[in-house]
Write a protein that binds this ligand. Sequence first.
Ligand code: PNS
Length: 165
Amino acid sequence: MAIAVYPGSFDPVTMGHIDILERTSQVFDKIVVAVVHNVTKEALFTLDERVDLIKKSIQHLPNVEVECFNGLLADFLRARDATVIIRGLRSITDFEYESHMSMMNKSLLPDIDTVFIMSNPCYIFISSSGIKEAALLGGDVSGLVPAAVEKGLQEKLQRYLFKTK
Ligand code: PNS
């Protein structure tokens, strides 16, 4: 059984991520989305909120599961019997960062490989940080994020406006 892990911050998950899951879930028997607790990055959504938003957005993908983790990605893969890391690529800038990360993971756990998948051209400009900035400044991000995320962003915006009044 080929098990792959799709790791990331997913703060929040976008249609670009969902598109990658839709395509790779046809290739692997099981995919575990690993939502990272990154102490160096301040997140808009809590870890639980991010996991919940992904779960709500992948109900049509029965072989995809969602978990959170902290620590080494290589250890997470080993514990799940996974042999592949999935990462999306949007640009050459992504490639530079991703290639180093993939080599580091390979040196930590030689049995694993990173599979890169090009983002769908219609989502290539989307990033979680761009989505947050646009949404929190009142921009319309419908179609760029799943419906559950759009609602979550609106709730964050309302809370932010209420706090600053
Ligand atoms: O969505 P992101 O923030 O680009 O994802 C980066 C992520 C989570 C894949 C990366 O930071 C990671 O793998 N973190 C876990 C810690 C780890 O294993 N580091 C060593 C590999 S460079």
